[in-house]
Design a protein around this ligand. Structure first.
Ligand SMILES: [Mg+2]
Length: 372
């Protein structure tokens, strides 16, 4: 394959209003902020999304920090340079430590570019085998258990295959038990975003009685030992999210036996190259994985749909329809939920959806072009 020379880079910070605020144990978002990366080469444009939160809540990165790293380190690294593959471009970004979400924005744009040049859908380009992926929905913390029942009931009516509720100490047992009363057979899981400590582990033991599909990230992101202890003590599988930002984190989690399931978010691990490696390692270890989300716009969503089409993604993903988050997504067609609770993997080249330029302009708060 001929290499691709990157002729131009465009960065654009967006703030897209959410249809309803999204609240977790640690933060609340009224709008989805992100940085859209465009890489141009071979008369094609590849789109990537840096799905970082405005502040360092989900992980240590911020929008301002990601922009700084991109402008000062990644643009000079890729502009006017040739790359033999997206993996090659990803390798060049290793001059910077960490900053996985910023890396993912550039690396995903490069995947879109190469897949488009090959005339292949991104799913096929990555080795995906599925035409449709299972769709679940993540429900933020609501004011009361009663309101949570209403919100969840509506998502079930729409056909989502799995409900995930955000929990935190004091907003947990009442929420989960009320949901179980109303929807005894629903596939339900809970995500704490690291809000629990060993001192309130008794609550997690009580949650063990509600037939949850899994409990996600109960303890702090850097505490793999207590996750291992809890995993041994609970029937409910423990799933890790924030704790695994790299292949080496996964190795540590496997060695310590800290989880039974992994929530893989391409944005969190630096993009699709590392996602593919993690997918392979997890398959070797018979560890089920599913694709999580960070309220991505249609661009990041398209990348997540593509990676989730790989065979190791065996549980419903946090990849919902565009409408669950936005009145108007920035891509066409928007991602829609099929009647059977799935989302169709686009089969057109690259991310397989068109980016609506007017929407990019409408939601942009900052933009910069870098040319050779
Ligand atoms: Mg999570």
């Amino acid at each position: 394959m001929e290499p691709i020379r990157i002729d131009a880079v465009e960065l654009r910070e967006l703030r897209v209003p959410l249809v309803s605020p999204f609240e977790t144990s640690g933060w609340r978002e009224e709008e989805k902020g992100c940085i859209i990366v465009q890489l141009k080469g071979d008369d094609l444009t590849g789109f990537g999304e840096c799905a970082v939160t405005a502040g360092p809540w989900y992980g240590p990165e911020t929008t301002a920090g990601a922009w700084y790293v991109m402008e000062n380190y990644f643009v000079p690294t890729v502009l006017k340079k040739e790359f033999a593959s997206p993996e090659d471009l990803f390798e060049s970004l290793s001059i910077v430590r960490g900053n996985s979400m910023a890396k993912a924005g550039f690396e995903m744009a490069c995947y879109d570019l190469f897949a488009k040049r090959e005339g292949k859908s991104l799913g096929k380009y990555l080795g995906g085998t599925k035409g449709k992926i299972e769709s679940g929905v993540s429900v933020g913390i609501q004011k009361s258990a009663r309101e949570l029942v209403d919100v969840v009931g509506e998502y079930l009516r729409q056909g989502y295959r799995r409900i995930k509720v955000k929990i935190k100490p004091g907003k947990d047992l009442d929420q989960v038990s009320t949901l179980r009363e109303h929807f005894p057979g629903m596939v339900l899981m809970a995500d704490a975003n690291g809000a629990y400590e060993v001192s309130n582990v008794h609550t997690l033991f009580k949650l063990d009685g509600y037939g949850l599909l899994m409990i996600e990230q109960p303890f702090a992101w850097d505490d793999l030992v207590e996750h291992a202890n809890l995993k041994r003590a609970l029937k409910t599988p423990i799933c890790l999210d924030e704790s695994v930002s790299s292949v080496n984190d996964l190795k540590t989690a496997l060695a310590l036996r800290s989880c039974r399931i992994l929530n893989l978010k391409p944005a969190r691990v630096g993009g699709l190259t590392v996602s593919k490696t993690i997918h392979e390692i997890c398959r070797t270890h018979n560890m089920p994985i599913w694709c999580g989300g960070l309220l991505e716009t249609g661009i990041g969503r398209a990348h997540n749909v593509a990676i989730a089409s790989l065979p190791g993604f065996v549980l419903p993903n946090d990849i919902s329809a565009s409408k669950r988050y936005f009145d108007h997504d920035i891509v066409e067609p928007e991602f829609r939920l099929n009647q059977d609770g799935t989302i169709t993997v686009p089969d057109r080249p690259g991310i397989g959806v068109n980016v609506v330029h007017e929407k990019l302009l409408e939601y942009a708060v900052r933009a910069e072009q870098f040319r050779s």
